[in-house]
Design a protein around this ligand. Structure first.
Ligand code: HEC
Ligand code: HEC
Length: 146
């Protein structure tokens, strides 16, 4: 009877020691990409604000960057406010570019009148453009002009 209890106590002690080590690690030296400690909230700086002129695409298949703010536009299972301007049924009235045909093809390539489920969550592919310094240094080069 005592053996399982002992084993249990040992396991508990080991996991407590592990948790302790984890805490010690997060306190010492770990920081987020912006240099803050991991549990600190970093408010977005002005420098990351939107650029409104259009940026060129960096490669032919790139989803175009969004040249306007999207803070107010809800996208969830039922609602997609982007479609209020970009769907083919509204784009003319709103003076917005119409979604290209690829957004109306289902997975079998069938053309539809409503946007495809695979294109519902616009910001999976499209992100607002900003002239922000890179968080991680990289050697990316545009494929234009090659
Ligand atoms: C109130 C109307 C409106 C809403 C809502 C709206 N847009 Fe736009 N969008 C525009 C207009 C107008 C332009 C063209 C701006 C320009 O030409 O400078 C545009 C441009 C774009 C472009 C660039 C297209 C290109 O060919 O370069 C993308 C991508 C885009 N919007 C995505 C979105 C997404 C994603 C949402 C929802 C989160 C959204 N828009 C919501 C009006 C809207
Ligand atoms: C799976 C990725 C993906 C999703 C999701 C997606 N798009 Fe796109 N979008 C693209 C790509 C890639 C292009 C450029 C090539 C093309 O037209 O297919 C594009 C092009 C566009 C354009 C420019 C069309 C033109 O002819 O210039 C607009 C506007 C746009 N998308 C808006 C949206 C909106 C609004 C949504 C959400 C309803 C959305 N996209 C969802 C990938 C995506």
């Amino acid at each position: 009877m005592t053996k399982p209890i002992l084993a249990g106590a040992l396991a508990l002690a080991t996991s407590l020691a592990l948790v302790g080590a984890g805490l010690a690690q997060s306190a010492g030296g770990l920081s987020s990409l912006r240099g803050a400690s991991v549990d600190e909230q970093v408010p977005v700086e002005q420098i990351f604000q939107q650029e409104t002129q259009r940026f060129n695409r960096e490669y032919r298949q790139q989803p175009p960057l969004i040249p306007h703010s999207i803070d107010q536009y809800q996208i969830d299972v039922r609602a997609n406010q982007c479609l209020g301007c970009h769907d083919w049924t509204n784009a003319g009235d709103r003076g917005a570019p119409t979604l290209s045909m690829t957004h109306y093809l289902d997975r079998d390539g069938t053309e539809m009148d409503h946007v495809a489920g695979t294109r519902w969550f616009c910001n999976q592919c499209h992100v607002p453009q900003a002239n922000a310094p890179e968080l991680v240094e990289n050697t990316f080069e545009s494929s234009t002009g090659r």
